[in-house]
Write a protein that binds this ligand. Sequence first.
Ligand code: UDP
Ligand code: MG
Length: 320
Amino acid sequence: MTAKATYSIIIPMYNEEAVIQETYRRLKHVMSRTGESYELIFINDGSRDRCAQIIKEYSFWDETVKLIDFSRNFGHQIAITAGMDYAEGDAVVIIDADLQDPPELILSMIEKWREGYEVVCAKRVKRSGETRFKKWTAAAFYRVLRASAEIDIPLDTGDFRLMDRRVCDELKRLPENNRFVRGLVSWVGFRQTAIEYERDERLAGETKYPLKRMIKLSLDGLTSFSYKPLKLAGYAGMLLSGAGFLYLLYVLYMALFTTSTHQGWPSLIAIMLIFNGFILLMLGILGEYVGRIYDETKGRPLYIVRECHGMKRKDMLVKR
Ligand code: UDP
Ligand code: MG
């Protein structure tokens, strides 16, 4: 590899054997149209299929191909982070391996970047081939996040985006473990813009984001950018004790000035269930925050690399 590349494309992959050759082909085709230098950084996030071997072979004869091979599955957001740590380009693009994000859009992103924007996001105006449940929960999540976060996180925007070198360098300074990269990108600021696109179906294979991972990602997003869930306890407590006080007045009035007595215990149980449920919910929310604080204090590295291929320096094993 000679001079530093102009564009770095980051492609996280987890069991993407079925699509990775086509992804490589499409990316090569798009990037050769720019007429500038580029590098394709594939991150193998502990796949159990052959996708890493395929990329490794490519890296032997295609010097634009680089592979970071994780020692196990560390998750999508961490894989993206590793890609940014290793990227050398003046502009860095994150794209999914499954071709749900059309590589051709990179050219429009580059145009915007040339106009002077430092972050170009891709906003999904339509998603095809995903279940109604996924679309609905994703839409709801972005709205809740926007309503509660202290920073401006764009709606319906995934990690498919272009970032200037400066943005990437700032992101590398953020050490947090539970990463929600799209929120962090908003947090660092700079001139940001969005272009719209229709999200395609996955080319092959199945989603690597089952419900459990979606919940984890949404909680990372919410807890990293908002204290509002914690404040909920305070507000609800005020409301409930206010209501309790009014009820007490009512009970006293009934006892002192009327003859009607109350049976009352079904309502007691109902109230107990509601209150206990609420307390458990608040404990759960506290737990989400405490757990994350614990993660951060351990100070473990974000990821461990087994081996790199196509890199200039072979000593770039564990960074950060
Ligand atoms: N991915 C990853 N590690 C994981 C899960 C996913 O690197 O633990 C990658 C995956 O290979 C893909 C991208 O992250 O390139 C997005 O995942 P996916 O397409 O399954 O998510 P969806 O588009 O269904 O939300
Ligand atoms: Mg996908």
